[in-house]
Design a protein around this ligand. Structure first.
Ligand SMILES: C[S@@+](CC[C@H](N)C(=O)[O-])C[C@H]1O[C@@H](n2cnc3c(N)ncnc32)[C@H](O)[C@@H]1O
Length: 312
């Protein structure tokens, strides 16, 4: 869906005014999308964020040929306002989010994101701070673990899995993924194992979201990104599960709504929408895209344009 992201952002980035347009890639990863933005919009300057230092190192090499057109910053994306202030950029013309984990994070077994390989249960995107998945599993109260598995993994068997985890962690704390995967497989009824792929998938997603505070951060970051957009500036967000997509949808819908109390003969400026939606609902990947890259299957793309400067 990269080309569609570029098309959505293009009208805001093609025109070079007195200053170069600025586009922010909030999820730099391995720099594929950033590189495509730099190549597609030769007048634009790129600011790219990632909380993973390894991602910054690798994409720094990849984007080196673009010189000072690209500024890479180690930051969590809800820090965007502070990052822009430090760089002396009052408003930006484009923002892109490609949420979730990168293929590098999934493929590096020792990061502990993948349930298919035995590895330390870490899952921190920024390994310099915070607690890993093993600590969550070994120390959280059972009720909290059930809430996390239900809310972030949409796991119907959360209680059953957590009872088994609590029983096992009393014998010996969890440290590696294989033991957790096996425990989940053993604790689920046959019927639950027949649907939805690997039975550990939902628990791993839930732990990853909790470890990285993903939804809490996103909840702050999308409104902050909208607030940083110039009038005519555009934002595109690629989500990979329904919780992220719902959050993005809500922020965009609130921005696109007319909030005037009913019955006003003339709608004052402050009640008028400040966003125009650029996608009808969420756009999905094509069959060819999914055939080429099965990790793209759950992707949902939404875009919006800032049409009014005033904040409500
Ligand atoms: C799906 S990957 C992006 C891939 C990228 N578009 C590319 O072309 O390689 C998501 C990246 O966002 C980063 N990330 C996730 N949550 C973040 C956050 N809250 N703040 C900053 N970076 C974050 C991850 O570390 C990961 O590198």
């Amino acid at each position: 869906m990269l080309q569609r992201c570029l098309d959505l952002l293009a009208p805001a980035l093609e025109e070079a005014g007195p200053r170069p347009p600025v586009v922010v890639d909030c999820t730099l990863g391995l720099g594929g999308h950033s590189e495509a933005l730099l190549a597609a919009f030769p007048a634009a300057r790129l600011v790219a964020l990632d909380r993973d230092k390894e991602a910054l190192r690798l994409s720094g090499e990849r984007l080196a040929p673009y010189g000072d057109r690209a500024t890479l910053v180690h930051a969590v994306y809800d820090e965007l306002p502070e990052v822009l202030e430090r760089l002396g950029i009052p408003k930006v013309q484009g923002v892109l989010f490609d949420l979730g984990v990168s293929s590098m994070q999934l493929d590096e077994a020792d990061r502990g994101f993948a349930y298919a390989q035995d590895a330390p249960l870490d899952m921190r995107m920024d390994q310099t701070t915070g607690i890993g998945a093993a600590e969550v599993l070994n120390t959280y109260p059972p009720g909290e673990l059930v809430r996390i598995l239900r809310a972030y993994g949409e796991e119907k068997q959360a209680k059953r899995i957590v009872s088994a985890v609590v029983r096992e962690r009393e014998k010996e704390p969890f440290s590696n993924s294989a033991r957790l995967v096996e425990l989940i497989r053993d604790s689920l009824p046959q019927a639950a194992k027949r649907t939805g792929g690997n039975p550990a998938k939902r628990t791993f997603q839930a732990l990853r979201i909790e470890v990285n505070g993903e939804l809490t951060v996103l909840e702050r970051a999308v409104p902050a990104a909208v607030a940083s957009l110039d009038v005519g500036g555009r934002i595109a967000v690629l989500s990979y599960h329904s919780l992220e997509d719902r959050l993005v949808k809500q922020v965009f819908a609130a921005g696109a709504a007319n909030t005037a109390p009913p019955g006003l003969p003339v709608v004052p400026e402050r009640y008028q929408p400040r966003l125009k939606l650029l996608t009808r609902g969420a756009e999905l990947p094509t069959e060819e895209e999914v055939a080429e890259n099965r990790r793209a299957a759950p992707a949902r793309l939404r875009g919006a344009e800032r049409i009014r400067a005033e904040e409500r």
